[in-house]
Design a protein around this ligand. Structure first.
Ligand code: GUN
Length: 299
């Protein structure tokens, strides 16, 4: 990029420390729970349900569990064998729905292929849907009404807010249209409210001239699940780049959806993988659970 004297000047890239931001949020939630308990209220409860033995899901669930426990939530993990029938899982969810001490229910996805994910998501009571995946909560998100929103895009919004990167009037390009990340990310950024109000484009596998679109972006959120997909020549110098991808490389190491080394040389801010968006997802899960608890109990 030309500097004031016309000579190319390097961009000082801010590496966004998602781990540190998440720790701060988690510490704040822990303090809130301590205050609630000191006032005689019960602590909030979160139950994480894992069906089967997907190794990646096991790691995610363990991390969620650990974070919840550290923050002072009650509850725990419900582990069910891979052969669990859909009816058995729905019955378990019904029990959790009617358990007054459970404020949040999270069923880790993906589920074994013989179980319908939409049916399971719809079975979770919307007031306990800490993932924000229930169609009722999705609808409320579309309408801009208060509701738990999916944790990963919420975490991205919180990171941008703290950067600070005000999305108002900015071009935001989301790569990926999943229900978990891409679509809710676009909606959160589109809302006419402080920190949001962006001009949003959602790209996907059928988008033509993709690099032309991404090069327009002031902020890019990459969530397509393809290792190192976003190359430096697809990014406008000075853009903010948020990498939601977690891909396992052949050497066993993790990498994101962004070609990190070259892109980090031209972005003004970028998230690393690991240590970027991942920890924020867990922090937002705790926040959603505390919000559900407050809405349910009025505490
Ligand atoms: N699998 C991958 N991400 C998520 C998530 O945010 N929530 C649940 N329940 N499952 C997932």
């Amino acid at each position: 990029m030309p500097g004031l004297d016309g000579v190319a000047s390097p961009i000082m890239t801010h590496i966004i420390d998602g781990k540190a931001i998440a720790q701060e949020i988690r510490a704040g939630i822990r303090r809130e729970i301590e205050t609630l308990k000191a006032a005689g209220h019960r602590p909030p409860g979160l139950t994480v349900v894992l069906v089967g033995d997907n190794p990646a899901s096991e790691v995610y669930v363990r991390n969620k569990e650990k974070a919840a426990k550290e923050a002072g939530f009650t509850g725990g993990e419900t582990r069910l064998p891979a052969a669990t029938s859909e009816a058995e899982l729905l019955a378990r969810i019904a029990v959790l729905n009617s358990d007054a001490a459970v404020d949040g229910i999270l069923v880790q996805l993906p589920l074994p292929s013989h179980i319908s994910e939409p049916r399971v998501i719809e079975a979770i009571h919307p007031d306990k849907d800490v993932d924000g995946f229930h169609p009722m909560n999705m609808g409320r998100l579309v309408a801009g009404l208060p509701a738990p929103a999916p944790c990963t895009p919420l975490g991205v919004m919180e990171m941008l807010r703290r950067l600070p990167c005000d999305l108002e009037g900015k071009e935001l390009v989301v790569l990926g249209r999943s229900n978990i990340v891409g679509k809710p990310m676009a909606l959160l950024a589109l809302h006419k409210k402080a920190g949001a109000n962006a001009t949003v484009t959602v790209c996907h596998s059928a988008t033509s001239r993709l690099a032309e679109v991404t090069r327009r972006a002031d902020v890019i959120v990459a969530a397509i699940g393809r290792a190192r997909f976003l190359k430096a020549d697809m990014v406008k110098p000075g853009a903010v780049v948020i990498d939601v991808g977690i891909n396992r490389q052949e050497d066993g190491k993790l990498c994101g959806d962004v070609d990190y080394e070259p892109v980090s040389k031209i972005a003004s801010a970028i998230t690393p993988v690991p240590g970027g968006v991942g920890p924020m997802t867990i922090a937002m899960l705790l926040k959603n659970t505390l919000d559900c608890y407050r809405r349910r109990t009025g505490a």
